[in-house]
Design a binder for this molecule. Structure first.
Ligand code: MOS
Length: 738
């Protein structure tokens, strides 16, 4: 049998990538290409009073300078699927530093870059609001919550009663900074018009949503817009929505009647495609002396832009994580002079679980109870927010296996009890969770009489392994070799799939591919058993197996025939079959989440306060794992991100001018090879018949969750100093144990 699901299969697109055969958006060869360069506001609030473009327009090679003075009419984009709803090149008003105020198009990139330097802008400057605390003081906008999708206020039980029952209270404020996405591939767009038809090569996580948005903006039928995104060098949320640079490039290409390419610089990535909003989180945990939670209160404070409602949803995981009868979670949202924040790997859970799992650690010390034991005593056997059963949950196994691998039982709980020379050693752990959603997706399977099998869906591969796992699913269902299957994605000409986000691609598109392959199998089976020339004539469907590219009688595996033989005999070049991921109604009764437990060891320099992560163990219950190798890679990537979140990442805005001061990879630190220790990843085997047809839960975002809390908890264990404000930079621990 060709059992390939779950195997550590190498990436099917690996060779293309390492040999330069994979064309990323900015590499697509296009004839007659011109180059766009963005003009950005250098102030954070105020008005453009003078915009002098003549020297740029007359500079060598320049084809156009488009600003709010001369922009042709187009429909403005709405927030979602737009990244933000600020009208583009609409008027002279400025709301944030880096706001796009124009685009220069020239024959070469250098000519466009030079011309952009000749544009003179004068401003009337107003004092921007940058600081989160000031923003909250200036006016809370409690109704402006995440497009209305997220309840601003969640509660159960009675928190006053919960407080009266508490024998131990932890009441603390945690904070996380603004963070920016740094995929290795910056966003890029290449717009090619032919009359009123557009081909858009775009670094997008959503070709279909981009197609819809662009069609609306330019008032053309969606079928006139083809969006292509075949390879992505990461996305992490910043490529999920349609941002201004894509609209401007498309607009410019129509204006100059030539194809235009625009690639964001690394610095422009910090002001053009969203960011993770900073958060303040006030957490109260109450418990009885035996470690039962009586109260959870979690108030998130965060910010958004002057024109949209996106709020980092930090309390979502708090609502469902522990079995506590009395809970109250709420938000306050302020407005700063920045663009609209957006999804970033585990939006909500990443900063929210940092606060919750730090507070749980604090509670474990207050109770003198092992942190794992505290979590076990409050384990949620059903979803405490709804009372629904979990579709599956292996969190207890994650704790147990993680503790075992890590050697947790050798931990002396006393802070500062372990050291090695100048280094204090600490061990910490935290829980992780992420929703396991499945969205509507379609896929098509075509079996050719050559034996080749083509599988298609307009989904994306962010570098995660979509090409590979979809090939595996189709090969397994059809009983063929991986080499026989080709999977195509990232093109609106293919069957529709959702935005590749929310860790849903394996589940959504995988279920659709599985369904399409099943349908194809059934169709060809029908052709065989109803055909008197077939050796399988009048066989019962359940007697037939699919193996080595053939339909075979289970009990007489020498009797059967190949897909090719069946198609050729029927005079068919191919058969085409579609499938979709539609979930069954009864599946809705289950609460669908993945869970995990993260364990880390840190070494903290006594004098300098520098934290190094020495080792890390992550154990996860994430449903069916489609490919052991790409899954492990993805978890290592997310844990590495978690190390960055804990120790390094933070975007610094100047409080007076609202400018991002560290918009490059030399000042915005992310972990490099030497910052990443041995990471051990293990998946608990989980069979989940309810989560979706394929049994997968998604892993991309789960991987980052819990890591920062585990590190902060380990730092406390090492030093006795609790850092509640990320990132844990050396200044916060300087001279921690002189
Ligand atoms: Mo993800 S933050 O949904 O791309």
């Amino acid at each position: 049998m060709n059992k390939v699901i779950g195997k550590p299969i190498n990436r099917v697109d690996g060779k293309l990538k390492v040999t330069g055969g994979a064309n990323y958006t900015a590499d697509i060869p296009i004839e007659n290409l011109t180059y766009g360069v963005l003009i950005e506001s250098t102030i954070a609030k105020g008005k453009i009073t003078k915009l002098e473009t003549t020297p740029a327009e007359t500079a060598p090679g320049v084809l156009a300078v488009i600003t709010h003075h001369n922009v042709p009419k187009f429909n403005q984009i709405k927030f979602f699927p737009g990244g933000q709803s600020l009208p583009i090149l609409h008027d002279e008003n400025i709301y944030y530093q880096g706001q796009h105020i124009g685009i220069v198009v020239a024959e070469t990139l250098e000519q466009a870059q030079y011309a952009a330097t000749l544009i003179k802008v004068e401003y009337e400057i107003e004092q921007p609001t940058i600081d989160i605390d000031k923003a909250l003081q200036q006016g809370d906008k409690p109704d402006r919550i995440f497009m209305g999708m997220l309840p601003a206020h969640s509660f159960r039980g009675d928190i006053n009663y919960g407080r009266s029952q508490a024998e131990v209270l932890v009441e603390q404020t945690y904070s996380t900074p603004m963070e920016n996405h740094n995929p290795i591939e910056p966003s890029a767009t290449l717009a090619v018009w032919s009359d009123d038809r557009l081909t858009l090569y775009d670094t997008t996580q959503g070709v279909s949503s981009t197609q819809e948005a662009i069609a609306k903006v330019f008032d053309i039928p969606p079928e006139n817009v083809r969006v292509i995104s075949q390879f992505l060098g990461g996305g992490f949320g910043c490529k999920a929505l349609v941002w201004s640079h894509t609209i401007l490039t498309t607009l410019a290409a129509r204006y100059v009647q030539r194809p235009v390419k625009l690639a964001l610089t690394r610095a422009q990535m910090y002001t053009s495609v969203g960011y993770r909003a900073p958060t303040r989180q006030h957490l109260t945990l109450g418990a009885t002396q035996d470690g039962k939670l009586t109260l959870i209160k979690h108030i998130g404070e965060t910010i958004t832009s002057p024109f949209d409602e996106f709020a980092e949803p930090v309390t979502m995981a708090t609502n469902m994580m522990y079995a506590c009868p009395n809970l109250d979670t709420n938000y306050h949202l302020g407005i700063i002079n920045a663009g609209t924040p957006t999804f970033m790997r585990a939006p909500g859970e990443a900063p929210g679980i940092f606060a919750l799992e730090s507070a749980m650690d604090e509670l474990s010390y207050a109770l003198e109870l092992d942190p794992i034991e505290l979590r076990l005593r409050n384990h949620a056997d059903v979803n405490p927010a709804t009372g629904n059963p979990w579709s599956s949950k292996s969190l207890k196994e994650c704790y147990q296996q993680g503790a075992e691998i890590f050697g947790w039982k050798h931990r002396n709980p006393k802070p500062g009890s372990m050291s090695n020379g100048d280094r204090l050693i600490g061990w910490g752990m935290a829980s992780a969770t992420f929703p396991a959603n499945t969205w509507a997706a379609t896929a098509k399977v075509t079996i050719y009489n050559s034996g080749k099998i083509l599988v298609e869906s307009a989904t994306h591969d962010l570098g995660t392994g979509t090409y590979t796992v979809m090939t595996q699913v189709a090969a397994e269902v059809l009983g063929v070799s991986l080499e026989q299957v080709e999977f195509k994605l990232g093109d609106t000409n293919l069957p529709k799939a959702p935005i590749t986000g929310n860790s849903t691609t394996a589940s959504s598109v995988g279920s659709a591919v599985q369904a399409a392959a099943m349908n194809a199998r059934n169709k060809i089976l029908e052709m065989a058993i109803s055909d008197s020339d077939s050796p399988l004539y009048q066989a019962k469907p359940e007697e037939i197996i699919f193996d080595s590219g053939k339909l075979l009688l289970q009990n007489h595996p020498t009797v059967g025939e190949s897909y090719q033989e069946i198609l050729i005999r029927h005079g068919r070049e191919n058969i085409e079959v579609v499938g979709n991921s539609a979930s069954k109604q009864e599946q809705q009764e289950y609460a669908k989440y993945s869970f995990g437990a993260v364990f880390v060891e840190v070494r903290v320099d006594r004098l300098l306060g520098e934290v190094r992560v020495a080792r890390c163990v992550g154990v996860y219950g994430a449903g069916r794992i489609l490919n052991a190798k790409t899954a492990r890679s993805q978890m290592i990537g997310g844990i590495t991100w978690g190390i960055g979140m804990a120790l390094m990442e933070h975007t610094v805005m100047s409080p007076h001018y609202g400018r991002i001061l560290n918009h490059n990879l030399s000042d915005y630190l992310i972990p490099v090879q030497l910052d990443v220790p041995d990471i051990q990843v293990q998946f608990v085997e989980e069979e989940d018949p309810y989560v979706n047809a394929l049994g997968t839960k998604g892993i991309g975002e789960l991987s980052v969750v819990g890591v920062a809390a585990a590190i902060a908890n380990a730092v406390y264990h090492a030093t006795g100093k609790r850092i509640r404000d990320l990132p844990i930079t050396p200044d916060k621990l300087l001279g921690v144990a002189e």
